[in-house]
Design a protein around this ligand. Structure first.
Ligand code: COA
Length: 334
């Protein structure tokens, strides 16, 4: 028997039906379809109906993954939810999802790593599988970004959409599964991308609401430069230490924040278009959900097959940087 590794064995996503195009946004914000498309690669995004919380879309994605795998929620040992838009500060959204899906035996918690949230949660979940402590871990990336978007800030509100994605992790001993991860944090970058109020530093008050501090704030160009450098650095680092180069990668699944950031990483690794997933056009940046949505696109387009070397990479608020290298195991799919 080979080494026990954590492998993705099922995937489910939930994308809200409501589509908001760049032209729709241009009716309420001083922007244009042309600017958004050329500067970001985004053409549309999906929004939940107002009032829909993250737990509900996360539970829908998890239920889809369970259905595809053909198992009940009561078989889950652990649920990890990566999100920056929890239903509330506490209890954790993972607890709410546990109740919604009826995962009676599972414990649950949240991971806060913004756009790197899914890869951080995946890495965390994998540890419980590798040690033999758990056999079924549901890892979910879900965000209702519309709950923290400021439509008076055209530089950020055009970038984001709502969605959820869930993967089931199970043990495999056939060489497939997660091979390695490389994560980094640079907390000095916290000021460049954050939601300033609503926590213990600036509890909600009339002043924080008046100053619009309960919305996402980003210094776009600074984050852009950091992300371009870090996507490529972290990807090269994890490949190198596992004895691979860009040419060994069968599929590069990057967090979808800006098409120009993905293009730059692709170029530096020398990857052809056929090995890089880009679906930002359709969904915008859905924060913790982008990587499972991108895996979904890869499965839909039959770009991923058992045995493939798959590289995930993300950069997010924190700053958080993450990459996961895996040998694809094949998933229950329909
Ligand atoms: C946000 C982002 C798209 C902005 O693109 P940019 O090329 O850096 O653009 P800038 O912010 O320098 O703005 C350029 C001009 O476009 C204008 N502009 C900004 N947003 C606009 C919009 N939605 N519509 C039209 N014009 C806009 C700016 O006001 C500026 O005008 P000026 O030159 O007259 O001052 C880009 O910086 C980005 O993608 N950053 C990283 C985002 C990210 O990855 N976040 C998630 C974490 S990984």
């Amino acid at each position: 028997m080979g080494q026990r590794r954590a492998a993705i064995t099922a995937l489910g996503t939930y994308v809200p039906e409501r589509v908001v195009t760049n032209a729709d946004l241009a009716k309420i914000v001083d922007t244009s379809d042309e600017w958004i498309r050329t500067r970001t690669g985004i053409e549309k995004r999906h929004y939940v109906e107002p009032g829909t919380p993250t737990s509900v879309i996360a539970a829908k994605a998890a239920a889809e993954a369970l259905r595809r795998r053909g198992i009940g929620a009561d078989e889950l040992d652990l649920i990890i939810v990566a999100t920056v838009t929890p239903d509330m500060l506490f209890p954790a959204t993972g607890c709410l999802v546990q109740n919604l899906v009826g995962a009676k035996r599972a414990w649950a918690f949240d991971v806060s790593a913004a756009c790197s949230g899914f890869v951080y949660a995946l890495t965390t979940g994998a540890q419980f599988i590798e040690t033999g402590r758990h056999a079924k871990v549901m890892v979910i990336g879900a965000d209702v970004m519309t709950s923290i978007l400021d439509y008076q800030d055209r530089t950020t509100c055009v970038l984001f959409g709502d969605a959820a994605g869930a993967v089931l992790l199970e043990p495999r001993e056939d060489g497939s599964g997660i091979l390695d991860f490389a994560h980094e944090v640079d907390g000095s970058g916290a000021c460049y991308l954050q939601m300033p109020a609503g926590g213990s530093l600036r509890p909600a008050s009339r002043e924080t609401v008046d100053a619009r501090l309960h919305y996402i704030k980003q210094q776009g160009p600074h984050v852009f430069k950091y992300a371009v450098r870090k996507f490529a650095d972290i990807s090269e680092q994890i490949l190198h230490r596992n004895g691979f180069t860009g040419t060994d990668v069968d599929l590069f699944v990057a967090h979808q924040a800006n098409i120009r950031i993905i293009d730059a990483a692709q170029q530096r690794m020398g990857l052809p278009d056929s090995k890089v997933i880009k679906n930002i056009r359709e969904y915008g940046n859905t924060t913790a959900a982008t990587i499972p949505l991108a895996l979904n696109t890869a499965l839909d387009q039959k770009l991923i097959a058992p045995g493939h070397l798959v590289l995930l990479a993300a950069v997010g608020a924190g700053f958080t940087v993450g990459s996961v290298l895996m040998r694809w195991s094949g998933v229950s799919w329909d």
